[in-house]
Write a protein that binds this ligand. Structure first.
Ligand code: ASP
Length: 310
């Protein structure tokens, strides 16, 4: 593997290999001294053109815990704010001899374009509404720890599907792992053309959260992405919370073994109630913890593993 741009590019074997390696990486997280020599002498740049808490800090920790030199750049603090083009900026960084750029960008497809310009490896840390592959991998890791094999497990993905790159990566990843998926959203937040899409890709859609919840193993709540909404997608926040929020009443509809996930950041009181976010069956902090291990594994596969760029 040279780049991680999309789940679409990964085979089932590559997904399994990343998740398996992440298991041993998670041990490092629990040690007093969190340091492996694996990426000593390698340099990683985290280049974030959109805000991030979890993804940026976990890629930085992942690199540091594997002894790589890591640098953070943001759109604002770089020469992009002086008018330099994205191409000139990334060519500049590449010319310094970095080994890998982790990039988050508001334009769908930007990481793929950057990968065509530079020599180093590229990791897509979220591009517009397109994909967020490391999130889907850490979600799969979290669910695999819970259920073992995901074959036939029923995952409901609920909320603002139109604007979610997490949805797109998870659909591809969960399908490759054999899970059954139901997408739940109001008609205004279902991606356009979903009907033909779902037929082709073998997943169901519903507007009725109450009917779906009793049948799931996992309910994956997605954030309402107000920063990507130009118009009104639902009448009021209160109405959205009542019809599509994971409220305390809806927790009672879940089977006993079912778990709750959310990629974060959460809008508590909108798509997810505090009761649901903090429930015993919530795996939201496990997802955060898995994020570091999975990102260590991704860096390992790209920079040190068999078939890596070097
Ligand atoms: N953190 C995830 C992302 O960057 C999910 C979200 O923002 O809602 O796509």
């Amino acid at each position: 593997m040279k780049h991680l741009l999309s789940i679409e590019d990964l085979s089932r074997e590559e997904i399994d290999s990343i998740l398996d390696t992440a298991v041993s990486m998670q041990d490092v997280q629990h040690r007093d001294v969190k340091k492996l020599p694996t990426l000593r002498g390698r340099t990683i740049i985290n280049f974030f053109f959109e805000d991030s808490t979890r993804t940026r800090s976990s890629f930085e920790l992942a690199g540091k815990w594997m002894s790589a030199d890591t640098i953070n750049l943001s759109g604002k603090g770089s020469s992009l704010s002086k008018g330099e083009s994205l191409r000139d900026t990334v060519l500049t960084v590449d010319a310094m001899g970095v080994d890998l750029i982790v990039i988050r960008h508001p334009a769908s497809g930007a990481p793929k374009q950057v990968a065509e310009w530079v020599n180093c490896s590229i990791v897509n840390a979220g591009d517009g509404t397109h994909e967020h592959p490391s999130q889907a991998l850490l979600d799969a890791y979290t669910l695999r720890r819970e259920f073992g094999d995901l074959q036939g497990r029923h995952v409901a993905i609920v909320g603002d599907l139109t604007h979610s790159r997490v949805l797109r990566s998870n659909l591809l990843c969960l399908r490759k792992l054999g899970a059954r998926i139901t997408l739940v959203a109001p008609p205004t937040l279902m991606p356009s053309g979903i009907a033909s899409w779902s037929e082709r890709d073998g997943f169901a859609t519903s507007h009725d959260l109450d009917a779906v919840l009793p049948t799931v193993d996992v309910v994956m709540m997605l954030r309402v992405q107000r920063e990507r909404m130009a118009g009104g997608y639902f009448p009021t926040a209160r109405e959205y919370a009542v019809t599509y929020g994971l409220s305390p009443r809806r927790l009672d509809l879940l089977p006993d073994h079912a778990v709750i996930t959310h990629p974060g950041p959460m809008n508590r009181g909108l798509e997810i109630s505090a009761d649901a976010a903090d429930a015993v069956r919530s795996r939201i902090l496990d997802q955060v913890s898995a994020g570091v291990a999975v990102r260590m594994s991704i860096l390992y596969h790209l920079l040190a593993g068999e078939g890596s760029a070097t």
